[in-house]
Design a protein. Structure first.
Length: 391
């Protein structure tokens, strides 16, 4: 069994999730498709990189991410940085022949996404985007029912991603509110997760009709570069600066085969924490999912007798996708970590088998084209077509 050496760039909470996934993957999925060795982690200062190396189990830290690219021993470059450096790092990693796992969204712009896609295609390296929620067993179970035809022809969907960590106006102006770093707000940060899930479940998006809003147009300037997701507030005495991205986006979708849907995303919905939901209706049944109850899939089959037809709860477990690797009794309960472990399993398996992983940089580029159509539509207040991938 091969051991792949990993260089991880960025040392925030997402790097913690990826590090746990590298360590935990073989404990859940054995025999593992391959083993990993956490070699180098990079962050902005040597002190922070060294602390992350000690805490996340890496051999060493560096304040220079190019050390990872230039290290011939490193097989995998894992990008957990803010969005503004995804393209530069990913293109350098591809040119150095490394396999790449990149946090979402792929980039700030369509141009960057296209360049990243072309770089990995030219280099022939395995590439994957970390849209982890599609790997929740209940979401995979919904996919299985749809693929089997158990729901019939899909008619429509409605999906949300609601959080509240930025609803407080004193939640600071982190990179997630600055267009030059993030590209877009709730749209890129969280709506893209739902776009990924809906493309995976119901098919390609063709047109969108969108509205976006920015409710809090200035926020306290953040001291330090660690993004604490609103948990450390800026006081009223802290100077404020402009927010230039969306707090909320809402859009209708025309997807392939006449499927119609809606997506709503905001980080300002008081009381909602990680409220990723969808309901999909077909000619033979429906499924409904809520990530805050992520072990469960609600399903209704039209073929049930009328006097007992209704949503039933399937608790995912060993009988369901990834169930053989996860916990032995349904509803023992998975968390965010397990979705990342499953993601890592699929990524390492793709590398070991030399097969392209899903969602790939091509999917990321397509999702960036969808985000671009959403922003165009929010301006034009019209339906806008999603652009095509340029090979
Ligand atoms: C903040 O909204 C955030 O950390 C997102 O960036 C992640 O992708 C999501 O999974 C959790 O919330």
């Amino acid at each position: 069994m091969k051991t792949y050496k990993v260089g991880l760039i960025g040392a925030g909470f997402m790097a913690k999730a990826h590090s746990i996934a590298y360590a935990g993957m073989p404990m859940f999925f054995w025999p593992a498709p391959g083993m990993t060795e956490r070699k180098t982690i990079a962050d902005l200062t040597q002190e922070r990189a060294d602390a992350a190396a000690a805490s996340f189990g890496f051999e060493k830290g560096t304040a220079n991410w190019q050390d990872i690219i230039n290290d011939p021993q490193i097989d995998i470059v894992d990008i957990c940085t803010p969005n503004d450096v995804h393209a530069e790092i990913a293109i350098a990693a591809a040119e150095a022949g490394k396999h790449i796992l990149c946090e979402k969204p792929i980039s700030r712009t369509v141009e960057e996404a296209k360049a990243m896609y072309h770089a990995v295609k030219k280099a022939g390296v395995i590439n994957m985007l970390a849209f982890n929620y599609r790997r929740t067993p209940a979401v995979q179970l919904a996919k299985k029912y749809i693929a089997e035809g158990a729901l019939g022809d899909i008619l429509d969907f409605r999906a949300t991603y609601l959080q509240d960590w930025s609803a407080d106006p004193n939640s600071p102006l982190s990179w997630r509110f600055q267009k030059n770093i993030c590209g877009s707000g709730a749209l890129g940060d969280i709506a893209t997760h739902v776009v990924d899930m809906m493309r995976f479940l119901v098919g390609e998006f063709e047109e969108v009709n969108a509205r976006t809003a920015t409710y809090i147009d200035e926020r306290p300037v953040q001291t330090g570069s660690v993004d604490s997701l609103g948990n450390v507030k800026g006081g009223d005495d802290v100077p404020k600066d402009k927010v230039d991205v969306d707090d909320q986006c809402f859009f209708m979708v025309k997807a392939a085969k006449g499927v119609f849907g809606t997506i709503e995303a905001t980080r300002n919905a008081w009381g909602r924490n990680n409220f990723i939901t969808f309901e999909i209706h077909g000619t033979k049944g429906s499924v409904a999912f809520n990530y805050e109850r992520r072990d469960e899939l609600q399903v209704c089959f039209a073929s049930d007798e009328g006097d007992r037809r209704g949503f039933r709860t399937v608790y995912t477990g060993p009988a369901h996708p990834y169930g053989e690797g996860l916990w032995p009794i349904p509803a023992l309960g998975i968390g965010y970590t397990e979705t990342k472990i499953v993601e890592m399993y699929d990524f390492i398996k793709a590398i070991a088998e030399n097969k392209q992983a899903d969602p790939s940089f091509q999917d990321g580029y397509k999702i960036e084209l969808i985000s671009d159509a959403v922003l165009r539509s929010a301006q034009s207040q019209q339906w806008e077509k999603v652009g095509a991938i340029e090979e």
